[in-house]
Design a protein around this ligand. Structure first.
Ligand code: ADP
Length: 533
């Protein structure tokens, strides 16, 4: 029997109409470093229509890629809404990738237009001549910056405001097919070329609904959302679209991501929700402690991107009354897939519980599917309506397995759907046939007051095959023996490293994650001074 329900498309256009139409009095606020720019959603609707009209005037009349090279701002939000809604494809370029990667990505995606922040013109300029398919560059806030470095590339340059001023207030929005491409984002690709994930209108719509549920972020019309996580990295965790869907206001930090600025934004604009990676919160916590900052407006802080140390969650909660909830996801999963709501710290310290719609399973040696018993360790595989099933123009299917995405993350899964990651597949340490979780050791170490950062890598060992080497950045003083004793009782005795190195900083990838491969290479070249106990 067929249902009586229509094939009503789930589109970003409808999110835009709903948010800017029914919640016209809500606002998007962008921090300028010294003050704030404010736009109501009613005005945002006009801005969005004008941007679509301006892009149409530049010849964007199909599924051309309109790239952004931008921080979190009102104008970036307008592009998030206008580009997919007009039937084109929004491509958020990650400004933190290495220039050759950005160029590769822009060419691979065949970007037609780039919308760039004035503050990022110097970063874009040297790459632009290599971006073969780009015809137009639109500079936001262009009056504040010298755009001559862009001129040599031979592209047509436009000032965002001047372009929009000439465009009509109304745009005749088409009704896109829900399965058509709405936006795309490339993963940073720690090995090989970056890979493109293409989101559909439908996947973005369903992901936004999921983010709005209480098992995820639970957004409502009373919320003010501060997406600190960049809109160029995994869609700012879907917070912009979810906010429009919920009728929540948005507070945008632009490029001001230091603790001092963020503390000020939070005190002034009183967001109820703020999303950022753990390193940002660690920085903000340090600042807040020193300046007795007021973070009391925050009711929930989703945090992820890398493992969230329990010590960080506890400190924010105990000292500032801010509830941090860990979440896990990837560019490939739109990105939110699990969120760790629970009463016990044991479960809150996990990566979280699978959201409705996302299925997960663990796979062991020989691709056998393991029982979700919370004990066995394997690679996590996921699938669902907002989990990609392939990469853009890429023949390589090695990351997919019978319709599931191989996440490259290793850990445990329990019968209630809680995921505990112990490692990236490529970072696991195999000691005497047993796996040691580098992440567990790092988290435990980062709970020591004198440890700023800790990264643990596997190094060759004659007897055990591999043993952990703890690379520690100190914020104060501590002896190796003291750190070792600190770990005893927190992890199994045989897992406690006997090799230690103090480093100035842990090398980071272009998106700020620990670059353990670089550490392993430094060790192989004998560049780390290792103390062995
Ligand atoms: P990239 O691979 O481009 O850096 P992603 O942001 O897509 O970008 O990274 C996804 C990866 O980040 C996951 O596969 C996982 O390894 C890691 N990650 C994300 N959230 C968490 C978390 N809460 N705990 C541990 N690792 C996480």
């Amino acid at each position: 029997m067929r249902s009586t329900m229509p094939e009503h498309p789930l589109t970003i256009t409808s999110i835009m109409r709903h948010g800017t139409g029914l919640f016209g009095d809500r606002e998007v606020v962008t921090y300028t470093g010294t003050g704030y720019r404010r736009t109501t959603y009613h005005e945002l609707a006009r801005e969005t229509a004008r941007l679509a009209g301006a892009l149409r005037g530049l010849g964007v009349d199909g599924d051309q890629r309109v790239a952004t090279f931008a921080w979190n701002t009102t104008e970036h939000l307008a592009a998030y809404l206008a580009v997919p809604s007009m039937g084109a494809v929004l491509h958020t370029l990650n400004i933190r990738l290495f220039p050759e990667q950005v160029v590769y990505i822009a060419n691979h995606a065949e970007d037609d237009v780039v919308i760039v922040d004035a503050s990022l013109v110097p970063l874009l300029a040297p790459m632009l001549p290599e971006m073969k398919t780009v015809r137009h560059v639109i500079v936001v806030g262009g009056a504040q910056v010298d755009t001559t470095p862009l001129e040599a590339a031979g592209k047509e340059l436009h000032d965002y405001r001047a372009l929009l001023d000439q465009a009509p207030d109304h745009f005749d929005w088409p009704e896109p097919d829900e399965h058509s491409a709405a936006s795309m984002c490339y993963t940073s690709g720690t090995t090989g070329h970056p890979k493109g994930v293409v989101y559909s209108h439908r996947s973005a719509y369903l992901h936004s609904m999921s983010v709005c549920t209480a098992n995820a972020v639970g957004l409502g019309a009373g919320d003010r959302v501060l997406p600190i996580v960049p809109m160029f990295h995994a869609n700012a965790w879907g917070l912009p679209y979810a906010a429009l869907m919920a009728g929540a206001s948005l507070v945008m930090p632009d490029r001001f991501l230091q603790g001092e600025h963020l503390a000020r934004i939070i005190a002034d604009e009183r967001p109820t929700i703020a999303g950022a990676v753990p390193t940002i919160w660690a920085d903000l916590l340090r600042h807040a402690r020193q300046h007795d900052s007021d973070l009391s407006s925050l009711r929930l802080v989703p945090c992820g991107g890398s493992a969230v140390p329990e010590s960080l969650m506890r400190a924010l909660e105990d000292e500032f009354g801010v509830r941090v909830v860990q979440a896990w996801g990837m560019t490939e999963t739109s990105p939110v897939a699990t969120v760790a709501h629970a009463d016990s710290w044991e479960l809150r310290a996990t990566q979280g519980r699978l959201l409705a719609g996302v299925e997960g399973r663990l796979v062991g040696p020989g691709d056998t599917v393991l029982e979700p018993d919370g004990v066995q360790v394997g690679e996590l595989e996921v699938r669902g309506p907002w989990v990609t099933a392939s990469y853009h123009l890429d023949e390589d299917t090695s990351r997919f397995h019978d319709g599931w995405l191989r996440t490259g993350d290793v850990g445990r899964l329990d019968a209630n759907g809680y995921v505990t990651l112990t490692d990236r597949a490529k970072d696991v340490i195999k000691s005497g046939g047993e796996w040691i979780s580098s992440v567990e050791l790092e988290n435990a170490l980062m709970g020591h007051p004198a440890v700023l950062e800790a990264a643990v890598i596997g190094v060759p060992d004659e007897r055990w095959g591999e043993r952990p080497l703890a690379c520690v950045v100190l914020d104060g003083t501590a002896e190796v023996a003291e750190l070792r004793d600190f770990l005893r009782g927190k992890v199994a005795r045989w897992q406690v490293p006997e090799r230690w190195a103090f480093v100035e900083a842990v090398p980071k990838t272009s998106v700020g994650k620990f670059a353990k491969r670089a550490l392993r290479e430094m060790h192989a070249r004998g560049e780390l001074t290792v103390v062995q106990l």
